[in-house]
Every structure is written in structure tokens, then in C-alpha cells.
Design a protein around this ligand. Structure first.
Ligand SMILES: C[S@@+](CC[C@H](N)C(=O)[O-])C[C@H]1O[C@@H](n2cnc3c(N)ncnc32)[C@H](O)[C@@H]1O
Length: 212
């Protein structure tokens, strides 16, 4: 283990179990959107926080992907998922806030349900921008804060502490759209939508592509 990685016995296992168990359910929710967003991916791809590898099925066969995953508990199922779907995956135990990748080296950076969990989303997106080639794509699907003043936003605040604890840093009330739009991309295409979920506090979402 390094400073950038973690390997929590109980929460790490719980989080890994949750992601594996809900993979098919989340695929029903996000599959169409992922197919549309991932269709044009090619070249050198970096995925931030791939978890147990839910996105592997969406990469073109033989795609070359560097997975930036600080949670060591995810690495084994992530590797298995990549092998199952023919993804040439290199896992790096790093945090998205500090990537050991060259500037202007990636054709795409993929990030699904991760910016809620990172310590500093502005820094993570700054790193994504740095490593993307000019014209490269930042592809994202994220659950986000409900509009300020709504009952859903209040609910997100009430559940935040236990949710953040069990999901290793995930914050249901993060204003991620603002961070993506203010990051300095040349163009941002962003859709806001709600998903049907028993976990209603994480139902507001955004998805889209931002171009360097
Ligand atoms: C909710 S899971 C999403 C996993 C996967 N992207 C998906 O869509 O199923 C969040 C993931 O982000 C990872 N993560 C948390 N903080 C991170 C950071 N600072 N940099 C990169 N990944 C991080 C977690 O370890 C976890 O695997």
C-alpha cells in the first residue's frame, strides 16, 4: 500500500460487494447513455475510479485503458471484469488528484460515479484536462446535488454522514456540474436528468462530454 492507496477491511469489502451486486441494476439505468457516450472512444483511454469495472463491457474490444483506482479492494474484480470483456487494462493504484501520466497523452478520460467521492473534484478535473490531448474528451456520468432549497437537497444533507462513511467518501450533495463547467474545457455538453432509484438521494444526475 502507498500513500495514494487504501485497503479498508470492512468498508472496502462492503463497497466492493455493493458495486459488484448492483452492476447489472446500474447497467439497466445507465447502459443506453454509456453506449452513446462510449461509442466514439478510441486510442489511449484513462478511466478514473473504475471500481469493480462496470464500464469494461462498454469499451471497444481490445481497447487500451489505464485505470486509476486507489482502493486496493477493487483491483481483483476490476482485473477479472477487464479480462472477461477483452479490455487491455493497466491498473494504477493512484488518486485522480495526482496522475503520473504525461500531459497531452490521452485521447479520452472516463469518469462515472467518481467525482462524488474524490477529495478535490476541481483538482481531479484539472488533472484530466492536463493529460488529455487537445480535442480529447472527458466523458462523465455523475450523481449530483439536487437544486438548493428543495426537499431532496435537504434529504441529501441528512443522509450525508452515514452515506459518506459507508461509501468511502461519496457525497450525495456535491455540485459537480458547476465544477465541470468551470474547469476550462473548450466545450461542455452536459445533460441533467433523474434516475429511478430506491436511493432517492442519489437520483439527480448529470452526464456528458467535455472537450479539451
Ligand atoms: C461509486 S464507485 C464507482 C465505480 C465505477 N466508476 C462505476 O461506475 O461503477 C467510486 C470509485 O471511485 C474511486 N475513488 C475514490 N476516490 C478516488 C480518487 N481520489 N481518485 C480516483 N478514484 C477514486 C473509489 O475507490 C471507487 O472505486
Amino acid at each position: 500500500m502507498t500513500e495514494a492507496t487504501h485497503d479498508r477491511a470492512i468498508r472496502g469489502r462492503f463497497h466492493r460487494w455493493f458495486l459488484s451486486t448492483t452492476e447489472e441494476l446500474l447497467e439497466k439505468i445507465h447502459g443506453d447513455r454509456k453506449r452513446a457516450l462510449f461509442a466514439k472512444l478510441e486510442g489511449n483511454i484513462v478511466e478514473l475510479g473504475p471500481g469493480t469495472g462496470a464500464n469494461c463491457r462498454h469499451y471497444p474490444k481490445g481497447a487500451s485503458v489505464i485505470g486509476i483506482e486507489p482502493n486496493l479492494k477493487m483491483h481483483e474484480p476490476l482485473r477479472a471484469n477487464a479480462d472477461r470483456h477483452g479490455v487491455d487494462l493497466e491498473i494504477r493504484g493512484l488518486r485522480g488528484e495526482s496522475l503520473d501520466l504525461e500531459s497531452d497523452s490521452a485521447d479520452a478520460v472516463v469518469c462515472t460515479l467518481v467525482l462524488c467521492s474524490v477529495d478535490d473534484p476541481g483538482q481531479v478535473i484539472g488533472e484530466a484536462l492536463r493529460v488529455l490531448k487537445p480535442g480529447g474528451r472527458f466523458v462523465f456520468i455523475e450523481h449530483v446535488a439536487a437544486p438548493a432549497g428543495t426537499w431532496l437537497r435537504r434529504l441529501q444533507g441528512w443522509v450525508q454522514r452515514p452515506w459518506t462513511f459507508w461509501f468511502e467518501g461519496c457525497r450525495p450533495n456535491r455540485e459537480t456540474a458547476r465544477v465541470v463547467e468551470g474547469a476550462g474545457f473548450s466545450r461542455v455538453e452536459l445533460d441533467a436528468f433523474r434516475v429511478k432509484s430506491a436511493f432517492i438521494h442519489v437520483s439527480p444526475h448529470i452526464a456528458g462530454v467535455a472537450y479539451k
